[in-house]
Design a protein around this ligand. Structure first.
Ligand SMILES: Nc1ncnc2c1ncn2[C@@H]1O[C@H](COP(=O)(O)OP(=O)(O)OP(=O)(O)O)[C@@H](O)[C@H]1O
Ligand SMILES: [Mg+2]
Length: 263
């Protein structure tokens, strides 16, 4: 194996974020393999969203470095990082509720290719953009909703649409922060299948409280507690880890299965 093959898609070196006296992310060293389905878990307030904010470039690290595909991107802001393929899922506010599902994705495709925004309604003449947008809608299972107004979509469908808009950025690495929050069981199932079905070359990191989803989706799990990385390994290794049990349960209970019915 060459050194290049060994280079992870994302490497965090001593990543630290302090809010005044509070250290939300505490010297985190972490490598994420290209193509991984990686999950980041930890109790409330562990620093998971803070870590994502620093990795995505929304907040500047107090200390440490973020390295994407071997390149130090620590000095890039959020849009600079998106341009080199590191994308965090959009918030709902980035969806235009009053226009169609297809036009939302067309706009994301145009933005990703650096085209100027056009006034609504958008001319339908640019077939290349429309075809790309339709293929992204196909990837997330929303083709038959392409003409619906975005505002008419269910909560789960909006999340699917956000993924289509992320795909428009040609991402190498996508960060999902609690994507299934507020979803029904059926929506959660559909969304998990969608993340699983993304092209293998797109690496995903998911912060998720539903540990059934985590252990179904992830091939690697990292655990944060009080800003520190306390475990990082295969789902089985993490499930068996005494420090992880302690962080979740407050005290070691090595004889008991952790995380619901999964033992
Ligand atoms: N903007 C901020 N200013 C000050 N403190 C913050 C800020 N954002 C988060 N914190 C604090 O940083 C710590 C980590 O919070 P963070 O939201 O990253 O945790 P989390 O693991 O995402 O939690 P949850 O599972 O509840 O989403 C918490 O103590 C939180 O109160
Ligand atoms: Mg959070």
């Amino acid at each position: 194996m060459t050194g290049e093959e060994l280079e992870p898609i994302l490497r965090l070196e001593g990543l630290t974020l302090r809010y005044g006296a509070l250290t939300a992310v505490d010297h985190v060293d972490l490598s994420i393999r290209e193509g991984a389905r990686h999950a980041l878990i930890g109790p409330n307030g562990a620093g998971k969203s803070s870590l994502f904010s620093v990795v995505a470039g929304a907040v500047r690290a107090t200390e440490g470095r973020v390295i994407l595909g071997g390149k130090d991107i620590s000095s890039l802001n959020e849009s600079g990082r998106a341009r080199v393929g590191l994308v965090r899922t959009f918030q709902h506010s980035s969806l235009f509720l009053g226009v169609s599902v297809l036009d939302n994705v067309r706009l994301a495709v145009e933005r990703a290719h650096g085209r100027p925004k056009r006034p609504w309604p958008m001319p339908r003449t640019d077939r290349v953009i429309t075809e790309k947008a339709m293929s992204h809608l196909g990837a997330v299972g929303l083709v038959d909703r392409c003409n619906a107004l975005c505002g008419a979509l269910s909560h789960g469908e909006r999340r699917q649409l956000e993924v289509a808009m992320v795909l428009a950025c040609d991402p190498r690495l996508v960060l999902f922060d609690e994507p299934t929050a507020g979803m029904s069981a059926a929506e959660t199932q559909r969304f998990s299948e969608l993340v699983e079905s993304l092209p293998a070359e797109i690496t995903t990191v998911v912060v998720e409280h539903d540990l059934d989803v985590v252990f179904r989706l992830a091939d690697r799990v990292s655990v944060l507690a009080a800003g520190r990385l306390i475990a990082d390994g295969s789902p089985d290794e993490v499930r068996a880890d005494a420090a992880v049990k302690e962080a979740y349960l407050g005290k070691p209970r090595s004889a008991e299965p952790l995380f619901g019915g999964i033992s």
